[in-house]
Design a protein around this ligand. Structure first.
Ligand SMILES: Nc1ncnc2c1ncn2[C@@H]1O[C@H](COP(=O)(O)OP(=O)(O)OP(=O)(O)O)[C@@H](O)[C@H]1O
Length: 341
């Protein structure tokens, strides 16, 4: 089953091509839409909601054509916009009831759904206070609640973790996950932080400069590679065990490189496994030297690496954006800690 499908979708503004022949299929579940600032994520969401016409190509959301059935799409889809767009003088309850009524719910149902939804996103007593006094995290929760209040089949969340501290981020990511597990609502969530989508999404779509860089399941993104990480002990005979193993492997035609940048760098050797026999060669070499094998494991890919891979394929224009996104990723201390491990 397909929730969203786009075929050669383009959006050109006078000075910039925001989307460039984007063709992608999105299934049910939680899907991350990743890209640097300006990659075209918000533009795509507006086209999918039928709020902004595409310059070329076509798209369907829940089987409905975005060009002609925008109103029907918006009945079935919730939207959490990126920017702060909340009225400061009303309470969360008043605002969300209003949005529920706008979606066509009768007054009583709107009040009940509002109470349930605000509780679900973690707003309790505060919901009666004016929104102007809320923290960023509380405002994000109000925006999320208004996207969910009319019980949509699908929600578009545009940068829902923007402006949140690491704890707030984790809470928001947990909420997003539960939108799907508790209610069966499919989610399209955008972010320029790659690491957080790796933890939250079933599927990830990467866009760069309006073009599709990659679309695959999170599992495929992070699947084990054929890179082996090896760590060995030292001995009296070989006080630098790592070096001894490196030389012995080189003598058998296996090149290694050091794991610089990885935790424990200096003691870790990385090599590409050519097949099962590589494992045997490593074990033999380590045993012959009389050293202990502390670990030998396959290294996992991280989503951020797709940017480096993708930039290689997509050539120069994409690379600038890609590095920007990857750099954002590295600047977030939590993400950086998980990077490359
Ligand atoms: N209404 C508009 N008129 C002209 N250019 C626009 C308009 N909306 C977006 N753009 C441009 O299109 C490109 C894609 O913008 P878009 O907002 O879709 O990116 P994004 O990936 O959502 O990034 P961000 O997270 O910063 O919003 C940018 O270069 C932006 O300046």
């Amino acid at each position: 089953m397909t929730v969203i499908v786009t075929e050669s979708l383009s959006k050109r503004f006078p000075r910039v091509t925001a989307l460039d022949r984007l063709s992608v299929d999105v299934g049910p579940g939680v899907t991350g839409l990743v890209g640097a600032n300006g990659a075209g994520k918000s533009t795509l969401i507006k086209i999918l909601l039928g709020l902004s016409p595409a310059s070329e190509g076509r798209a369907e959301v829940l089987g409905l054509d975005v060009a002609t059935e925008g109103a029907a799409i918006r009945e079935r889809v919730g939207y959490m916009p990126e920017h702060d767009c909340l009225p400061p003088d009303v309470s969360a309850t008043e605002f969300v009831v209003h949005m529920a009524r706008m979606s066509g719910l009768p007054a009583t149902a709107a009040r009940e759904r509002t109470a349930d939804t605000l509780r679900h996103v973690g707003l309790y007593e505060e919901r009666y206070r004016p929104i102007g006094g809320y923290s960023t995290g509380m405002k994000q929760r109000v925006k999320l609640a208004q996207a969910l209040v009319h019980d949509p089949q699908l929600v578009f969340l545009d940068e829902p973790t923007n402006g949140l501290d690491p704890v707030g981020r984790d809470e928001m990511l947990g909420l997003i996950r539960r939108i799907h597990t508790d209610f069966g609502i499919s989610v399209l969530v955008t972010s320029h932080l790659l690491g957080e989508l790796e933890r939250t999404c079933d599927h990830v779509v990467v866009v760069d400069g309006g073009k599709l860089l990659r679309s695959s399941s999170t599992r495929e993104f992070t699947q084990t590679t054929t890179t082996l990480a090896i760590e060995v002990t030292d001995s009296d005979e070989h006080p630098d065990g790592t070096r001894a193993v490196r030389e012995a492997l080189a003598a058998r035609g296996l090149d290694t490189h050091d794991g610089s940048g990885l935790p424990g760098a200096g003691r870790i050797l990385l090599l590409t496994a050519e097949g099962e026999e590589t494992y045997d060669v490593v074990r033999d070499v380590v045993a012959d030297l009389g050293l202990g094998l502390v670990r030998m494991e396959q290294r996992r890919h991280h989503i951020s690496e797709v940017f480096h891979d993708g930039a290689d394929h997509a050539n120069a224009p994409a690379a600038g954006h890609a590095q920007h996104a990857a750099a954002d990723h590295a600047h977030h201390p939590k993400e950086a800690a998980g990077h490359g491990g």
